[in-house]
Ligand binder design. Structure first.
Ligand SMILES: Nc1ncnc2c1ncn2[C@@H]1O[C@H](COP(=O)(O)OP(=O)(O)OP(=O)(O)O)[C@@H](O)[C@H]1O
Length: 320
């Protein structure tokens, strides 16, 4: 993700500006989890000696293949599971201290919501669990429904919701208590490209408000798009950790982008490169992303209903 100076997360700032270190929101120290069977025998070592710090105001992505320990880590952070060994601190308190959960919002991989309640009733119910006064609750519910784009369906029972709509109401529920830390398990799963873009924009908005977001996802393009830092788990071990832009940078390749070149300029540039003994690894027009193309077509179709000329593989791609 190309980040402007203003977008750089607090996690990146100290080394660049010499300011005081960022606030640590999550800290795990040699955190391990073993699932045991009925007789107490080791069944699965789900997490092995995880050392991790996550800072205020960053979007952190936890990646890994199926069964690598992502959900286990989330549950340990929430205090839903107890570690076999090691420590977990959230907001400086042990994860088992449930009072810290008042500052956490959690979107599980599958939301278990009451199918016969509508969106308003669902959020009102969760607002009541947080002892929110009626007037505050009413406003918060309306704001969240608007934020996740479900105003048009707010009176429909959740059993009629599509997977994408269910994901949205799940997110609204996770945000009901205006949490400082938001844990999202597969936030974009089941969403169409528009819903995915909206979810990603929402995550970035939460980050810009100073919230901390930790997300697990198999959708790597989404992770690359929104995460400041990632950790990659494999069989319960942290194999890689770092800033996305730094991990993905190809330091031994130089890329230059200029507006379309004239044939004369092209041959001159090629001559200069040859003079310096530089082999051209690729030359041509860059491509846009499929997400960009899809969103542009939908936007244009909304603005101009009716038949659309298609099949333009002729270089009309967006520049970025
Ligand atoms: N309750 C449980 N009892 C026994 N083993 C479990 C339990 N929950 C998870 N495991 C095992 O722990 C390991 C890690 O599981 P976890 O659900 O944390 O992985 P994950 O990375 O979230 O996977 P996925 O991408 O499939 O959601 C897996 O081998 C899983 O089978």
């Amino acid at each position: 993700m190309a980040m402007s100076e203003a977008q750089v997360s607090p996690a990146a700032r100290p080394s660049e500006t010499g300011q005081s270190p960022p606030e640590v929101v999550i800290e795990t120290r040699t955190l391990s989890k073993v699932y045991r069977d009925f007789w107490g025998r080791t069944k699965v070592q789900a997490l092995k000696a995880l050392d991790l710090q996550i800072y205020r105001g960053e979007v952190f992505g936890l990646l890994g293949p199926n069964g690598s320990g992502k959900t286990t880590t989330m549950k340990l952070l929430l205090g839903l599971l107890l570690p076999t060994s090691g420590e977990v601190y959230v907001f400086g308190r042990p994860a088992t201290d449930v009072s810290k959960n008042e500052r956490i919002g959690y979107l599980p991989e599958e939301s278990y919501l009451y199918r016969f309640l509508n969106a308003e009733e669902t959020l009102d119910f969760y607002g009541r669990l947080f002892n929110m006064p009626r007037s505050v609750r009413r406003q918060r519910v309306a704001d969240l429904i608007e934020m996740v784009g479900l105003t048009w369906a707010k009176k429909r029972p959740l059993k009629e919701y599509s997977k994408g709509m269910t994901r949205r109401i799940g997110l609204a529920q996770a945000l009901i208590n205006d949490p400082d830390l938001i844990l999202l398990d597969e936030p974009t799963s089941g969403l169409d490209p528009i819903g995915t873009r909206e979810m990603k924009d929402l995550i970035l908005r939460l980050r810009d408000q100073g919230k901390t977001v930790v997300m697990c996802s198999h959708l790597l393009a989404d992770v690359q798009d929104v995460c400041d830092r990632i950790g990659i788990l494999y069989q319960g071990e942290l194999k890689e950790l770092g800033r996305v832009d730094q991990l993905l940078a190809m330091r031994d390749v130089t890329e230059i982008r200029v507006p379309r070149m004239s044939p004369e300029a092209e041959s001159e540039v090629k001559a200069v490169l040859a003079k310096h003994g530089l082999e051209i690894l690729s030359w041509g027009n860059p491509t846009t992303t499929l997400e960009h193309l899809f969103l542009r077509i939908i936007r244009e179709s909304e603005e101009h209903p009716g038949l659309r000329a298609h099949g333009r593989g002729d270089g009309h791609a967006d520049r970025n």
